[in-house]
Design a protein around this ligand. Structure first.
Ligand code: BV8
Length: 234
């Protein structure tokens, strides 16, 4: 007997933005100007070479102006608007394509390119410009303390309490476009299974976590996501 679906948790990764032209992390190259992401996206790398890390994020922030949401982002926004039950979209992505598509019940667990964090006063600011030139913090006025508001390796993801509470109540857990390489996100499927949720993976190809899902649908997100949303809203 199909379990009634009321509460949905969705996890997205770089694969959902690939067809918008945002490079994924572990594609063939998976490198940025010869650097592995794991080597640039860390507090140690930032302390060692702030100019390199700021340039890495300034380039990715600027590139957001050249990309637009694809049918997968748009379908998830339609689901957010139409779904009467609980729904939480947790993204590992730091791009702004989900919100530009219209998703509202959204958590950026790894931060956002369009946010800057002042390590002097703690304030976070919507940010569209470069940070490499050490601009002053709009709040405390001090310069040289603004860093990308990004969760680096070794740092604690945002809103874990809210995410874990949603997973504990989930009837349906959907992972989209993620390789299952990074924790704690890669462990969400285990939490969903413990809550007896149905777990579905939509990915271009098998991921590191595919065996832990009840169902896997392979193919491009721009095709698989609208398909699934249509069936949920039918
Ligand atoms: C933490 C921001 C404690 C930066 C990111 C040893 C074992 C286990 C864990 C660890 C370990 N050693 C260290 C750890 C912890 C570490 C970790 O997991 N390391 C890995 C490398 C082993 N994790 C952390 O440090 C995290 N913090 O653990 O704190 C804690 C824990 C719990 C509670 C409190 C505290 C912080 C990790 C966050 C790092 N920051 N992003 C930035 O963006 O620059 S991670 C970054 O990489 C992304 O955010 C994302 O999470 C990850 C990339 O993964 P994906 O999104 O999946 O992308 P990927 O390219 O890998 O895959 C794309 C997929 O899409 C592919 O499968 C592909 O087939 C598919 N695809 C491609 N095209 C399409 C498609 N699918 C559909 N359609 C298409 N068209």
């Amino acid at each position: 007997m199909e379990r009634l679906i009321r509460n949905i948790v969705i996890l997205t990764g770089a694969g959902i933005s690939a067809e918008s032209g945002v490079p994924t992390f572990r594609a063939a190259d998976g490198l940025w100007e010869g650097h592995r992401v794991e080597d640039v996206a860390t507090p140690e790398a930032f302390a060692r070479n702030p100019a390199l890390v700021q340039a890495f994020y300034d380039a990715r922030r600027a590139a957001l102006e050249t990309v637009v949401p694809n049918p997968a982002h748009i379908a998830l926004a339609q689901l957010d608007q139409a779904w009467r039950g609980n729904l939480l979209l947790v993204t590992q992505n730091v791009d702004d394509l989900h919100e530009r598509a219209g998703s509202v019940r959204l958590v950026h667990m790894h931060g956002e390119l369009k946010s800057a964090w002042c390590t002097a006063c703690g304030a976070c600011h919507r940010w569209e410009k470069p940070l490499a030139d050490d601009p002053p913090c709009p709040c405390c006025g001090r310069a040289g303390n603004l860093r990308p508001d990004i969760v680096w390796f070794g740092e604690t993801p945002y809103e874990m309490g809210r995410i874990e509470a949603a997973l504990a109540e989930a009837d349906l857990f959907i992972a989209i476009g993620t390789s299952g390489a990074v924790y704690p996100a890669a462990g969400f499927v285990d939490r969903a299974r413990a809550a007896r949720a149905r777990c579905v993976e939509l990915n271009l190809e098998p991921s590191l976590g595919s065996e832990r899902f009840h169902e896997c649908r392979f193919g491009p997100a721009s095709v698989r996501v609208p398909e699934l949303v249509d069936s949920l809203l039918a």
